[in-house]
Design a binder for this molecule. Structure first.
Ligand code: NAD
Length: 473
């Protein structure tokens, strides 16, 4: 590793990070790490007692690595960047999670995203734990060469904190197959002599990428939604044909979601990006949307569409609202404006806990992120397996395997929901003897929602493996 101006990674105890200042001063707590722990604590109330202390342990990330490094910019100046990699839990296997480039990336953001990854991997039963990484930067202000230098330096400085059997990155917001190719190349150059392809997933096809990875998150979201509708999650709407759909965010995930839902028979009436939203009552011509975005960098301004703000898009009446952008889009202050019948969280963390409560009051179900966007990590697992075996699977095989896992995970969450809500009295009674801090009011527990059921299932699966392995030493 090169050094004079490099700061060595710092590793701290993320579970005991400070609170007040990081949580922010909004009336609603919007720090994602606060939110992810709130979701965890809520779900923990519905879990039969595990070994005392185990629940608290599952709440804490294992490791946070912080790197700070200089990068020479195109104009010859030097800028300093900060990057993070969090390993939340590796009970079920090596860490797995995307790399985000965004001005709002912080240690807490990455901690939260890593924790969601742990539950997601457990739900789709891929043998990974949860991890996440990111660099605080604004890719819109950076050239391709600058992004490449940032990536190479970030990965070099992470050193052996990532690896094919320890922690495996993937794409997330503002990173893509090109970024993954740089990650692979950097790791391979610094670790010669091994098959390093499985160190990162979401790579281009000709360097070990998997067929189906680009659209995997969107396809998984479609499969989960179709299955949930079939199983009656939205009474009166058993299939997508003719359903009206609104998609917030038009990147890796949102663009694929719009395409696949439309192909499945839904009418995609509105999409958006960070600059605003477009609407067409009869459904958008997505080929024209893609051409317009490729030409102008945004969906906004396409002929024969109405321009809306993102707030207006979220409030459109529709069957399905699919947030596919960033966290905290549906909050206490706007949840009452939502007129969708079902929300499918293709993004991570788009609904806050306060929004969840308001949506529940309004009778709007939410298919949670840890289930709805788990298709990406599922095909990442297929890519990792193919890389280890020096194999290449056909798209049909990948599609069939993805469908199997997404349907199984959806059914398992729905079964868990039925199990919890059918046994609320027993679960409440057991809770009375559990020492874990109770975050719901005294008395019988309220019925669980899909998010709680998904968390309960994931936490139970991880807790059970942890107990089987035994606590080291
Ligand atoms: P991306 O950078 O490719 O796309 C993000 C999109 O959101 C862009 O169109 C951007 O303009 C838009 N956006 C940003 N701020 C917005 C705002 N305030 N309002 C409306 N739109 C806004 O990112 P992505 O990879 O598509 O990821 C989107 C979400 O999906 C994230 O929450 C990510 O963690 C999650 N996710 C991604 C993957 C993956 O495989 N890429 C997998 C699972 C989950």
């Amino acid at each position: 590793m090169e050094n004079s101006s490099s700061t060595p990674p710092t590793v701290d105890e993320p579970g005991v990070a400070n609170t007040e200042q990081q949580i922010g001063d909004s009336a609603e707590q919007l720090n994602p790490y606060y939110i992810v722990r709130q979701q965890f604590d809520h779900a923990a109330c519905y879990i039969a007692p595990l070994q005392r202390g185990l629940i608290e342990d599952l709440r804490c990330p294992r490791r946070l690595v912080t790197v700070s490094f200089p990068v020479e910019m195109d104009d010859g100046s030097v800028e300093s960047f900060v990057g993070y990699r969090v390993l939340h839990n590796r009970t079920r296997g090596p860490g797995k999670g995307g790399v985000r480039y965004h001005p709002e990336v912080s240690a807490d953001h990455v901690r939260a995203l890593a924790m969601w990854m742990t539950w997601k991997c457990a739900l789709v039963e891929v043998p990974f734990g949860g991890a996440k990484g990111g660099v605080t930067c604004d890719p819109k202000q950076l050239s391709e060469a600058e992004l490449r230098r940032i990536t190479r330096r970030y990965i070099t400085d992470l050193g052996d904190n990532i690896g094919p059997y320890t922690d495996i990155p993937a794409p997330d917001v503002n990173t893509n197959s090109r970024t993954m190719a740089w990650i692979y190349d950097t790791y391979d150059i610094t670790h010669p002599g091994d098959n390093n392809l499985p160190v990162v997933t979401g790579k281009p096809l000709d360097i070990g990428g998997s067929a189906g990875r680009e659209l995997a998150t969107a396809r998984g979201c479609l499969l989960v939604t179709e299955r949930a509708l079939e199983q009656g999650v939205l009474p009166g709407l058993e299939q997508l044909t003719g359903a009206t759909v609104v998609v917030q965010g038009y990147g890796n995930v949102g663009q694929g979601v719009a395409q696949l839902f439309q192909k499945a028979g839904a009418k995609v009436q509105a999409v958006s990006d960070s600059r605003g939203a477009i609407y067409a009552d009869d459904g958008l011509d997505l080929v024209a949307v893609d051409q317009h975005k490729a030409a102008t960098g945004s969906v906004v301004g396409l002929a024969d569409t109405l321009t809306l703000t993102n707030e207006e898009l979220l409030a459109l009446p529709c069957d399905l609202l699919i947030p596919s952008a960033l966290e905290n889009q549906i909050r206490a202050d706007n949840a009452r404006t939502i007129r969708a019948r079902l929300i499918v969280e293709a993004a991570n963390g788009p609904c806050t806990p306060a929004a969840d409560a308001i949506l529940a009051e309004k009778g709007i179900a939410v298919i949670p992120d840890i289930l709805a966007n788990a298709g990406g990590v599922t095909v990442s697992y297929f890519e990792w397996t193919q890389n280890i075996d020096h194999e290449r699977w056909e798209i049909e095989q990948i599609a069939a395997r993805l469908k199997f896992r997404m349907v199984q995970a959806t059914d398992a969450v729905l079964d868990e929901l039925a199990r919890i809500n059918g046994n609320l009295d027993q679960i409440s009674a057991a809770l009375a003897t559990e020492r874990h801090k109770r975050v719901v009011p005294e008395g019988p527990l309220p019925p669980a929602d899909l998010r709680t059921a998904a968390h309960v299932l994931a936490i139970r699966r991880i807790g059970s493996v942890l107990l089987e392995r035994g606590i080291w030493p």
